[in-house]
Ligand binder design. Structure first.
Ligand code: AP5
Length: 208
């Protein structure tokens, strides 16, 4: 399975990606997680990316594209992959198409998780991640266990979330017609219980 999850910040891409990757035995390739790892390690790439991420803006295409090309050559990606948060611009999608064509690979489908903006802000502002396990929680919708070591992402404050939403509508939403025209887009309603949304995503991918 070679697939992409797209959707606005807080739509549930990271949450659903974990279930889908488990189901198909494929790696989750999250450019957000990769960039946060660079930030945490203080690499040159991470320091550069942090300026954009902390402002709620997208990291420049060439930085992300290079990082993804490297990741795709790792052995675990040979059996398939799920992109979470990539591509995010038409330029990134075109570059991915070219890379896949070079490798003789095709996408199986692109799942768009749809959620209204007001709900997204509540979801993102209430998100907490367990530093040790990487598990994603929500203070109200999916409360963490008492022993979790919780961390709030630097970009999960309301004004930054609103900037991220604007970046989504301006720069990422054009991917919807891009993949629709290629017959790859499947729309999934992202509102509802998490396991209900998982069933919708799996159905969209043809798994059940
Ligand atoms: P990234 O890490 O990709 O963040 P994002 O796309 O903004 O998405 P989020 O991680 O905020 O949300 P999600 O959809 O994964 O939702 P989640 O499952 O956590 O990117 C961060 C930044 O990195 C970008 O702003 C940009 O600067 C940079 N970047 C990354 N990729 C890039 C690229 N390709 N190009 C350029 N720049 C790039 O869920 C959210 C919350 O809701 C959680 O608390 C969860 O518990 C809860 N929740 C989930 N599902 C449900 C449900 N069904 N009901 C109730 N609550 C739910």
């Amino acid at each position: 399975m070679r697939t992409i999850l797209i959707g606005p910040p807080g739509a549930g891409k990271g949450t659903q990606a974990k279930f889908i990757c488990q189901q198909y035995g494929i790696p989750q390739i999250s450019t957000g997680d990769m960039l946060r790892a660079h930030k945490a390690q203080g690499t040159k790439l991470g320091l550069e990316a942090a300026k954009f991420m902390n402002a709620g803006a997208l990291v420049p295409d060439e930085v992300v594209i290079g990082m993804v090309e490297d990741r795709l050559t790792q052995p675990d990606a040979a059996k398939g992959f799920l992109f979470d948060g990539f591509p995010r611009t038409v330029a990134q999608a075109e570059s991915l198409d070219a890379t896949l064509a070079r490798l003789g690979l095709k996408l199986d489908g692109v799942v768009l998780i749809e959620v209204a903006d007001d709900l997204l802000v509540r979801r993102v502002c209430g998100r907490r991640t367990d530093r040790r396990s990487g598990q994603i929680y929500h203070l109200e919708y999916n409360p963490p266990p008492p022993d979790a070591d919780l961390v709030l992402r630097d970009d999960d404050r309301e004004e930054t979330v609103r900037a991220r939403l604007k970046a989504y509508h301006d720069q990422t939403a054009p991917l919807i017609p891009y993949y629709e025209q290629r017959g790859l887009l499947r729309r999934v309603d992202g509102v509802g219980e998490m396991d209900e949304v998982t069933k919708r995503v799996l159905t969209a991918l043809g798994a059940s």
